[in-house]
Write a protein that binds this ligand. Structure first.
Ligand code: NAD
Length: 243
């Protein structure tokens, strides 16, 4: 296919984990991919010829630069995967807990707001689609995870609101809610065999997800097969939420 026929995806948090698997899956399946992350070394390890952009998605200039770069190089944006996210909630009374919460809100919530704001003119042109990585942690509280729970919960409702606001333009907006997935964020869990075993006992399918299993769900939500799906949250958690 010529460059003009190729679909174009922007993926944030693409240097590791779910974002990396998504950037690689979309490239494998013929998309031009612009991969955005703060981690320059991780971006350099991507396989699949993605164009990379180093920067913090909590800031407006990085989001504007991502869209501008995709338009300059590829002429269009079909899919926006707003996946960059951080955990690291501190106990409520710990020093710096509120500042840390602000940073968690900045990356996980303000990031996707800047992301859609920057990309919406381009998405309108292609009647494109947006997939935001939320979490099962946005559907309930976890022990010691209040800031992340709040950010991801707000993100799920933000996706519903954006879906309503942009439906008439043909732009679909959905959330992915991964359960525990083997990535950088859960490194502590899968490094300790006893912690891992205790967690796996709570998951009906008996194991953590692989990043590519989340990427496949992003692919589906972004694809024409999901053309009537907007404002929804797709839970990919091995049955955890059903338990
Ligand atoms: P990960 O740490 O492997 O990957 C996250 C990537 O985002 C990293 O490459 C990191 O450098 C990048 N990033 C962080 N802050 C950034 C910023 N400000 N600007 C640009 N890039 C930034 O973790 P992951 O599990 O692949 O996380 C991807 C998404 O999935 C996150 O939104 C996370 O909250 C969500 N999630 C993960 C799990 C899980 O169990 N792994 C479960 C539910 C939701």
């Amino acid at each position: 296919t010529s460059t003009a026929d190729q679909r174009v995806a922007i993926v944030t948090g693409a240097a590791s984990g779910i974002g990396r698997a998504t950037a690689e899956l979309f490239a494998e399946r013929g998309h031009h991919v612009l991969a955005v992350d703060v981690d320059e070394r991780g971006l350099a390890e991507l396989t699949g010829g993605q164009v990379t952009l180093v920067g913090d998605v909590a800031t407006e200039p990085v989001n504007l630069a991502a869209v501008r770069t995709a338009l300059d190089l590829f002429g269009r944006v079909d899919t926006l995967v707003l996946n960059a996210g951080i955990g690291g909630t501190l106990p409520l009374e710990a020093p710096g807990a509120v500042e840390r919460a602000d940073r968690i809100f900045g990356v996980n919530l303000r990031g996707p707001i800047h992301g859609l704001r920057a990309a919406i003119p381009a998405l309108r042109q292609t009647r494109g689609s947006v997939v935001v990585t939320a979490s099962v942690a946005g559907l309930r509280g976890d022990p010691g995870n209040w800031a992340y729970n709040a950010a991801k919960g707000a993100l799920i409702n933000l996706v519903r609101a954006f879906a309503i606001d942009h439906a008439a333009e043909g732009v679909r907006v959905n959330a992915l809610a991964p359960g525990l997935t083997r990535t950088g964020i859960t490194a502590g869990v899968h490094r300790d065999p006893r912690v891992l075993a205790a967690i796996e006992r709570r998951i009906p399918l008996g194991r953590l997800a692989e990043p590519v299993e989340q990427a496949e769900a992003v692919w589906f939500l972004a694809s024409p097969a999901a053309g009537y799906i907007t404002g929804t949250t797709l839970v990919v958690d091995g049955g955890l939420d059903a338990n």
